[in-house]
Ligand binder design. Structure first.
Ligand SMILES: Nc1nc2c(ncn2[C@@H]2O[C@H](COP(=O)(O)OP(=O)(O)OP(=O)(O)O)[C@@H](O)[C@H]2O)c(=O)[nH]1
Ligand SMILES: [Mg+2]
Length: 435
């Protein structure tokens, strides 16, 4: 871990713009994002170095001349850790460590470290450990021994087996064990999702780039107090809560981990099962930080990851957040279908979003009175279970009047039942007077 409990390492960050690695889809503020990542890991940045080169060098990634300069900076600044904004091969990382004589980590390790420090749930911790082990297995060449000690070490080594083979075998065992524990944990979660289906609650998942404001919106929609901060990957473990707002139908909201460009493949693999849960969502709220100069590119990246996870067929509402900082321009202001402008923090546009959610999920919401003959006790119990009944009045003849809020689609299922009818205040008054 970058930051141990008592020690915050002095860190040098190295940002290199490599021409041959450009995809043409870089973020404009890619340096800023890298800086944010390092800050989110809790490191103390003592100096930074930014440069350009045509292509990576095979041995050290960084060109010879620049490397000498960096060696100088490390010595002068007494940096204890160097973080590079690219993925390094195992040998490049080892060669850099030998040259600079300090620990060197790359972008993948940085993100893995942030994830490791944020994981709190059982599943979250298992997933991060799995991703770290998968990464380690590609790095064995760097001399890695702590696993061996944990397993009792030398006695386990087979005859004629080299250190490297032993390490590989031990990692292989642990990966297998972790996978089976994760499988078990996910099966348990699937059971929970089965009971959700039975309760007929709809599931709405919040997705989007990291720091877009998903958790802030989740808190506002579900009246929760999950941690929302100006840090990348503040949320790691998904949280699902029931909506308690009477303006919305029976809905569960789920807050999820944010996405980032070039998400390390080890992480996508390990988090696939969690992200797979998104498949059972009835609606996705794609939260976009509209004040971010890179919001268009980030939106594309998120949609790409959603595609890879086969989630493109789930209806999506695009939620342009932080409109308190940057409102829509003239061109953007004409609201497109399934798009809203909100500020989750300042509570702007939330009503409109609720309406859109209700329309998408339930074809609108009926809010009003119904009458039920006394014989329809079962239907009344069902409406109670669904949390649809706001108020009730009973006429002297035993007829029940209930004020409900219910999805239009759901209401259509009831309307054909004899003895169930929509009514208004006047009907109720008449009924009361006639008895
Ligand atoms: N000005 C402004 N800031 C906001 C708004 N919504 C969220 N923020 C801020 O943006 C930062 C990130 O918010 P989060 O809700 O943690 O974002 P997230 O998408 O959950 O981020 P991760 O969990 O890290 O992926 C916090 O500092 C929030 O206070 C908004 O509408 N306006
Ligand atoms: Mg969050």
């Amino acid at each position: 871990m970058i930051v141990e409990k008592t020690h915050i390492p002095k860190t040098l960050i190295i940002f290199i713009d490599v021409e041959s690695l450009r995809t043409g889809q870089e973020l404009e503020n890619i340096y800023g994002e890298f800086f944010e990542l390092v800050n989110s890991a809790g490191a103390e940045i003592v100096q930074s170095s930014s440069s350009k080169q045509k292509s990576p060098s095979v041995s050290h990634f960084i060109n010879k001349g620049k490397l000498e300069e960096i060696k100088d900076i490390v010595d002068r600044s007494k940096a204890e850790l160097v973080i590079v904004n690219h993925q390094l091969s195992a040998s490049q990382a080892r060669n850099l460590e030998l040259k600079l004589k300090v620990r060197v980590i790359d972008k993948t390790e940085l993100i893995l470290d942030i994830f490791a420090s944020r994981a709190t749930t059982h599943i979250g911790k298992l997933q991060v450990e799995l991703a770290q082990l998968n990464h380690l297995s590609t790095r064995l060449i760097r001399g890695w021994t702590h696993l061996e000690r944990q397993k009792g070490g030398i006695g386990l080594r087979g005859p004629g087996e080299t250190q490297l083979e032993t390490d590989r075998r031990l990692i292989g065992h642990r990966i297998k064990r972790l996978k089976s524990r994760l499988d078990k944990a996910h099966k348990q979660k699937q059971l929970n999702s089965y009971s959700r289906k039975k309760s007929r609650n709809k599931l709405v998942a919040l997705v989007g780039y990291t720091n877009a404001g998903k958790t802030t919106l989740f808190n506002s929609l579900t009246n929760s107090k999950q941690l929302a901060e100006d840090k990348l990957f503040a949320t790691l473990d998904s949280v699902t809560r029931k909506n308690i707002d009477p303006e919305l139908g029976p809905i569960l909201f789920s807050d999820t981990v944010g996405f980032i460009s070039e998400l390390p493949t080890q992480l996508i693999e390990s988090f696939k099962a969690t992200l797979d849960e998104l498949k059972s969502a009835d609606l996705l709220l794609h939260v976009v930080d509209i004040s971010d100069i890179d919001h268009r590119q980030k939106e594309k990246e998120v949609n790409q990851i959603l595609d890879e996870l086969n989630l493109q067929s789930i209806p999506q509402i695009r939620v342009n957040n932080k409109c308190d900082i940057k409102g829509p321009t003239n061109v953007e202001s004409q609201n497109k279908e399934n798009e809203v402008w909100i500020s989750a923090e300042k509570n702007i546009g939330i009503e409109e979003l609720r309406e859109l959610i209700n329309n998408d999920l339930f074809n609108g919401i009926y809010k009003g009175w119904i009458s039920l003959e006394a014989s329809l006790g079962k239907i009344r119990a069902k409406l109670f279970r669904m949390g649809c009944i706001d108020e009730e009045k009973v006429s002297p003849t035993g007829k029940i009047f209930a004020h409900i809020h219910i999805g239009q689609d759901e209401l259509d299922n009831f309307i054909h039942i004899n003895g169930f009818a929509l009514c208004n205040d006047k009907d109720i008054l008449l009924e009361t007077q006639s008895t």
